[in-house]
Write a protein that binds this ligand. Structure first.
Ligand code: PLP
Length: 390
C-alpha cells in the first residue's frame, strides 16, 4: 500500500540534521557521561505553582472540550500583554491559541500559502522551518545571511529572491544564532516585505530572553500590523515546553482561517493547560526574568571563558538560549568538529550545518546545563579548538 507523497515532500527525504543529538541521546542511554549542549530546553522544570494551577483547573472539572480559538480570558490576557509591550492595538479577536509555537508556525503557513507558492525563510534557521513550509505544498526559498554581518538579514538579500513570493518567515531573538535583529534590520525587512507585497511571519518565541538591547516586534513598524503574523509561545518564556501552549497574533481574517483549520485538526488546547497559562502570564515580567536568568548568567560565563580565544569567534550573543561559535579557523566543518568533540571530549554541540548552509563552519551551543558544567564544557571546547589550529 502506498502512502501519500506529502510527508516525503515535507521532510525533503533527507536527514533532519539532528544526527549528533540522536547519537548523544543513545550514548547517554547507554550510561556514558556526556556534557550535552545540544537541545534548547531549560534545565529547570515548569514551576510548581503553574502545575498546581493546572491541576486545580482539571480537578474543578475543566476537562471537557475547550473553545477552538482559546478561552476568552486567555486570549484577552495575551492581547493585553502584546498591546502593552508593543503599543499596537490588539484584541482577543487578533489572538488564536495553538498547541505550542510550532503549531502556530504550521497553521500560519497553512492559511497563507497555496501549493506552488514561493515562501521565504532566513538561513540559518530553526530546523522545522523548511519542512513546515513544504508541508503546505509551497516552495521553501532560503534567504542567506552572513556570519560577518552577525547573521542579520539584509534587505537586498530578501529583495533578490522575493519576486513572486508570498511570505517571509523571520525569527528574533534568533535560534540558532543568538542574535537580536536591530531596528535597522527590521526596517529593511519591512521595506522589502511591503515592496513585494509579502506576509511577514515573525517568530518571537524568545521575546523574553534579550541580553543586549531590546526586542522589537516588526508588527510595530508603520504599515506592518496588517501584514504581520506573530508567533508566540509559553515554552521558552515560562519553561512550559511540554504544556504545548503557543499563539498567533494576526489580523482577524487570518485568525478565523486558523480557527477553521483547528476545528479540523486539534479542536484546541486543553482547558486546564490554558488556565495554567493564564495563571503563568499573570505572574508578569518578574517571573519571566527569573526563567531567563540562567541563560543571562551563562552568556556572561561564556564571554569570560572565550575571551582571547584564537580559534573561536563568538557571534554577539544578544538573546535566546544559544551561542553561535565560528570555528572556521580550525579548518574543520561544524559537523567534523562536533563529531570529534563528542568522540574525543564527550561534549555534545550542534553543527551549524544542521541549521543551514549560512552557518557552515559554526557550532550552536545551547546554554542549558548548570553553570558549573557549562563552564567546564566551554573551557574544554575552547582548549580543543586551540589544539586544532594549524
Ligand atoms: N520557534 C523557534 C525559533 C524555536 O526555537 C522553537 C523551539 O525550539 C519553536 C518555535 C517551537 O517551540 P514550541 O512549539 O515549544 O512553542
Amino acid at each position: 500500500m502506498k502512502l501519500a507523497n506529502r510527508i516525503d515532500h515535507m521532510t525533503g527525504g533527507t536527514p533532519d540534521g539532528w544526527e549528533i543529538y540522536y547519537r548523544t541521546r543513545d550514548m547517554i542511554a547507554a550510561g556514558e557521561k556526556i556534557l550535552n549542549l545540544t537541545i534548547g530546553e531549560h534545565d529547570v522544570k515548569t514551576d510548581r505553582a503553574i502545575l498546581d494551577a493546572m491541576h486545580g483547573s482539571a480537578v474543578r472539572g475543566n476537562t471537557g472540550y475547550s473553545f477552538g480559538e482559546g478561552n476568552v480570558a486567555l486570549r484577552e490576557e495575551i492581547a493585553g500583554r502584546v498591546a502593552a509591550r508593543t503599543g499596537v492595538p490588539t484584541t482577543a479577536q487578533n489572538v488564536m491559541v495553538t498547541t505550542g509555537g510550532q503549531a502556530a508556525l504550521f497553521t500560519s503557513h497553512m492559511v497563507l500559502l497555496d501549493a506552488g507558492d514561493r515562501a521565504l525563510f532566513c538561513d540559518p534557521y530553526y530546523t522545522t522551518y523548511p519542512g513546515t513550509i513544504r508541508a503546505t505544498g509551497a516552495v521553501a526559498v532560503a534567504v542567506p545571511t552572513r556570519s560577518s554581518e552577525d547573521f542579520q538579514p539584509q534587505e537586498a538579500a530578501i529583495s533578490s529572491v522575493a519576486q513572486g513570493a508570498k511570505t517571509l518567515l523571520i525569527n528574533t531573538p534568533n535560534n540558532p544564532t543568538g542574535t537580536v535583529y536591530s531596528r535597522q534590520t527590521l526596517e529593511g525587512i519591512a521595506r522589502a516585505v511591503k515592496a513585494h507585497d509579502l506576509w511577514l511571519i515573525s517568530d518571537e518565541v524568545y521575546d523574553t530572553q534579550v541580553w543586549d538591547g531590546e526586542h522589537l516586534s516588526p508588527r510595530t513598524l508603520p504599515g506592518m500590523a496588517e501584514r504581520t503574523v506573530v508567533v508566540g509561545s509559553m515554552s521558552k518564556s515560562h519553561a512550559m515546553t511540554g504544556s504545548r501552549l503557543g499563539w498567533v497574533i494576526a489580523p482577524e481574517p487570518v485568525i478565523r482561517a486558523i480557527a477553521a483549520l483547528a476545528t479540523n485538526m486539534t479542536y484546541g488546547v486543553p482547558a486546564f493547560i490554558q488556565d495554567a497559562a493564564l495563571f503563568a502570564l499573570r505572574r508578569g515580567e518578574g517571573f519571566e526574568a527569573e526563567v531567563a536568568a540562567p541563560f543571562r548568567r551563562r552568556r556572561e560565563i561564556a564571554a569570560r571563558v572565550l575571551k582571547g580565544a584564537n580559534a573561536i569567534r563568538v557571534i554577539p550573543a544578544q538573546g535566546a538560549m544559544y551561542l553561535m561559535l565560528d570555528i572556521r579557523a580550525t579548518g574543520l566543518s561544524g559537523k567534523e568538529f562536533a563529531v570529534r568533540l563528542l568522540e574525543e571530549e564527550r561534549i555534545a554541540v550542534m553543527p551549524g550545518e544542521s541549521f543551514g548552509q549560512s552557518a557552515a563552519g559554526h557550532l550552536r551551543v545551547a546554554m542549558t546545563i548548570d553553570d558549573e558544567r557549562f563552564e567546564e564544557a566551554l573551557t574544554r571546547l575552547a582548549a580543543f579548538a586551540e589544539r586544532l589550529l594549524p
